[in-house]
Design a protein around this ligand. Structure first.
Ligand code: C5P
Length: 416
């Protein structure tokens, strides 16, 4: 089954202002829509739900209230709901209106500007982009009336996510399936960053390095590489061409990212220096070993004496050397601190001549090394932003949004 994803219209909405009004129309695919709410919220979106009367026949408003954490909007003429947040207010509140599922009937309503229930009224009243995820029987999708409605809506700038191809609730096989909730939420998220780094090359380092002692032993650290991979992923989503220089990890390379695999700090240094000249942005998220064994034993070290001393020598600081280059890219470092995060991070920002540093407090349960979540404090000269505990990909998207803004600010200052 291959989903057909129409072109996404990009808008440059502020990442801190992500409010999705999810409209549910009455199709069987509505049973998947609570998962869309959950996934959008995981990505940091605020979601409010408006349901048609038919949608309430498939899934109860209570389900959406539970997953969205907000009361659900169902009636246009409900005085108490209007008093809490009226339909015009709701239409203004949303910065994207997503209808998933969008039935054939709903597409027809939208195309003709009918406003006979709350959701269709909201669609007419909003000035925000409308995105629809159609879901219907393949004949209905193929019907001339639907095709004409789709053409009208596309011409007006409505974005279509899907439909996908595959088996349908009616037993038929063909186009008309609603895209999966994970795909819908990823495509919605991508709208917010897309094009922010279009035309730029970004290099990201990620993961731990391994400093070999002998053919079987090495010195390394706990870094999983997840944060660096999430940053590479978010930069690619934002339209950049991304080179990921990665230490050993079990993670898969994100889609659309060129990965260069290395082992040691020395190899990472060489891989970075060979290619960084073409990059406009360099993000050092790798946990590079600060020291490496002075000697490498060609044969496995044997157990003999009670004590053994290994002499270590400092590795080269990749990030600092990139920042010190002539025509250095916009450089972003990471700092893992156990205390007084701002003082140490700002000190590193200055000493390494970085443009920005993202610092996290290590040793906090549930965040940092190996975990799927993290929290970051981002500092640059003259500014700071706190990114609260969230899944690493969500954090990475916010970080990339900040990097893109600061990069452009630096460039417009240089050019003026
Ligand atoms: O000085 P410290 O190791 O705390 O700085 C961390 C930052 O420096 C990270 O961004 C890391 O990727 C980078 N770094 C580097 N090369 C090293 C050591 C650290 O690029 N040898």
């Amino acid at each position: 089954m291959r989903a057909r994803v129409d072109r996404i219209y990009c808008n440059m909405t502020d990442l801190t202002n992500k409010r999705i009004l999810l409209g549910i129309s009455g199709g069987i695919a509505a049973y998947k829509s609570p998962d869309i709410v959950r996934r959008l919220r995981e990505r940091g979106f605020e979601v409010r739900v408006a349901m048609t009367r038919a949608a309430c026949e498939f899934v109860t408003p209570l389900t959406f209230q539970a997953v969205s954490g907000k009361s659900v909007h169902t009636h246009l003429l409900d005085a108490s709901a209007e008093a809490a947040m009226g339909h015009i207010e709701l239409a203004r509140w949303a910065d994207t209106v997503l209808i998933a599922p969008a039935t054939a009937d709903y597409l027809a309503k939208l195309a003709h500007g009918i406003a006979d229930d709350l959701l269709s009224t909201l669609c007419l009243a909003t000035t925000s982009p409308i995105v629809v995820a159609p879901a219907m029987n393949r004949q209905m999708w193929d019907a001339e009336a639907t095709r004409e409605n789709v053409a009208v809506l596309k011409a007006r700038g409505v974005t279509f996510l899907g439909p996908g191809d595959g088996s349908q609730a009616c037993g038929e096989v063909g186009p008309g399936r609603m895209l999966e909730p994970a795909d819908i939420s990823a495509l919605i998220a991508a709208r917010y960053n897309c094009d922010k780094l279009r035309g730029l090359k970004v290099m990201v380092t990620a993961g731990a390095t391994r400093e070999a002692l002998d053919p079987v032993r090495f010195i390394s650290n706990q870094s999983s590489g997840k944060m660096g991979y999430a940053v590479a992923n978010a930069a690619a989503e934002a339209g950049a061409r991304v080179i990921l220089v990665s230490g050993p990890t079990s993670l898969e390379a994100p889609l659309g990212v060129d990965r260069v695999c290395v082992n040691s700090a020395q190899e990472m240094f060489a891989a970075v220096m060979q290619r960084v000249g073409e990059s406009q942005i360099f993000i050092g998220a790798a946990a590079v070993s600060d020291y490496a064994p002075k000697e490498y034993a060609e044969q496995k070290l044997k157990k003999s004496k009670d004590r053994m001393t290994i002499e270590l020598v400092k590795t080269r600081d990749i990030l600092a050397e990139v920042a010190a280059m002539d025509h250095a890219p916009f450089t972003v470092g990471f700092a893992a601190e156990t205390d007084d995060v701002e003082t140490y991070a700002r000190d590193k920002l200055r000493k390494k001549s970085l443009d920005m540093i993202a610092a996290n407090l290590v040793g906090v349960p549930g965040s940092g090394f190996g975990s799927d979540e993290n929290a970051l404090s981002v500092y640059w000269s003259g500014g700071a932003e706190e990114l609260e505990l969230a899944p690493k990909l969500h954090l990475a998207r916010r970080l990339i949004g900040i990097v893109a803004d600061r990069y452009r600010e630096k460039h417009s200052a240089q050019n003026s």
